[in-house]
Ligand binder design. Sequence first.
Ligand code: NAP
Length: 276
Amino acid sequence: MISIPAHTAHDGTKIPAVGLGTWPMDDTQAEEAVSQALGMGYRLVDTATNYRNETGTGRGVARSGVPREEIVVTTKLPGRHHGYDETLASFEESRSRLGLSYVDLYLIHWPLPRVDKYVDSWKAMIELRDRGLVRSIGVSNFTAEHLTRLEAETGVLPSVNQIELHPYFPQDELRAFHADKGIVTESWSPLGRGSSLLDDPELGKIAEAHDVTPGQVVLRWHTQLGAVPIPKSADPVRQRENLDIFGFELTPAEMTAVSDGPRRRLGGDPTTHEEF
Ligand SMILES: NC(=O)c1ccc[n+]([C@@H]2O[C@H](COP(=O)([O-])OP(=O)(O)OC[C@H]3O[C@@H](n4cnc5c(N)ncnc54)[C@H](OP(=O)(O)O)[C@@H]3O)[C@@H](O)[C@H]2O)c1
């Protein structure tokens, strides 16, 4: 079994250096994929209320037989439940669907600045952490401005910010901000959603030089940036491949070459995107 290094967030939480994404799996697929992944060594699992597969994810955790304390189960608060009381209630529904007594990492999925309730939600998340129902609290898709406001109004910084990050969108500034504050960066769509990114001939050459696949080069690139990729795959061969990224090292020139292409987002802009 491959053993995975871990990052330590400013609150002491250990975040495995690679995880499993579960969107857009349904409950049945998530149960199978999560159980299989945990069996081969994954210890970080990413779901969300809005993925509608928390039940399957929780079943996969139970079925894996892996000791609960070794696993970092992540889920996320949806936009429609922003607000203090709504967050407490939404969390309880997530915890019940997951079938767990506690959640390891609970994230605000999107900031929704127009709605302007993410600070209230954050206060509820602090409460959940203080009650021992969540081990660590974080956010997703927050900008430096949103993070600064959370710290200014509550004194508590997220342990993790899960953001869009891949070679088309390397997020240099936000990653530097996170590093300065001890916030762990998690990368969503780390493989660019399996898009044409992986067909790049330059990437192919680097992969050949290390006797790995283009996907492994991209995931290794994330880890050398200090970010935690959470690639989604239900396929056992790809799941194993995506975990096996700690036995080679990209040179500085290769690191530059991986992200030396056009810049573009695949998902929404956090300053305007609304997901309810
Ligand atoms: N916080 C947020 O707002 C947010 C937004 C989007 C996603 N996420 C999270 O991030 C996770 C990952 O993002 P994502 O699913 O959008 O994109 P991704 O992980 O970059 O790409 C997934 C796609 O790549 C394929 N793939 C997986 N491993 C591969 C490999 N080694 N070589 C070639 N292709 C490979 C998968 O196909 P197969 O399944 O057929 O292997 C799938 O089509 C999601 O599952 C979700 O948990 C979070």
